[in-house]
Write a protein that binds this ligand. Sequence first.
Ligand SMILES: [Zn+2]
Length: 321
Amino acid sequence: MKNSDITLEQICCPVCSTESAKEIFRRPDHAFQVSSYAFPVVKCINCGMGYVKTRPSAQSLHAFYPAEFYKKNHTEAAPVLHKKLNLLNKFTTEGTLLDIGCAGGEFIHHASQNGWEAYGYEWSSTPPNHFSGRIAYGESPLEAYEGKRFSAITAWAVMEHAHNLQSLTKDISKLLAPGGIFVCLVTNFNSLPARFMQRDDIPRHLNLFTKSSLTRLLKEHRMSPIHWDFGNEIFSGSHLGLLVFLAKRFAGESIETIVEQHRAPGQRSLFCNTLYGSPSRMIKALCRLDKALTPGIDFLASKLNAGLTMTVIAKKNSADS
Ligand SMILES: [Zn+2]
């Protein structure tokens, strides 16, 4: 698609509405190369929230979600479904469940086989629906399930994508019964992969949360965090590639080149085997070392609340009607 076919808009902080922000980096759409525009990723000077300040308008956004996006991101293996359900079941084990951004419905299918009355909501009807009758589509989850209240709501790697974050969070709060549980997995902007390796899927990831900005958003919508997890067992957000990144940066390669090699399809072998475009034994060796050390680095980062993904369990205030 030509850049001129994409309309852009500029926004203030999606959490606290502050206009002033500090630019952290700029990134084009590496993963699907829908446009070559370098989107500015900023950090709010008031609440610390990261976000894409100049971003595709609502009308242009769908162009950034080609069918390959759903193929690449939403084939879920049984162990992952099991881990998701185990996490939810630690906090509440029965009742009605709504999975927002449910893609083909794999998770609601799994939950319904394990005691939950599970429903799904999805913006796009592109992903194949494996669980017809239990997935609603539409402009918003509230519109799709008006008048219904759920004991639990889950959103796995969904809030990063929300074009209207306040409206989505408001819907979630309204659809959650008092005392109900919201499980929300997002990327963590205060992590090395997000900040140094620029791992977020820009511009599909529009909202880049920190623990404190997510807490603020949830509390404003009458949900209180009761548990945090920074591990990568559910979503594969890891530090893989960190050593090679460091070596290439130390050798003076530009961050733009390194990120492109790391993120763009078909360029990974350049990342793992070359330095300044020429074959490098050192980079090859570092790549092997990197693979060996990554599980340990990931474990340490999760203990320091610095993993690339964070999952919050929040409870809807009981006083709410
Ligand atoms: Zn803010």
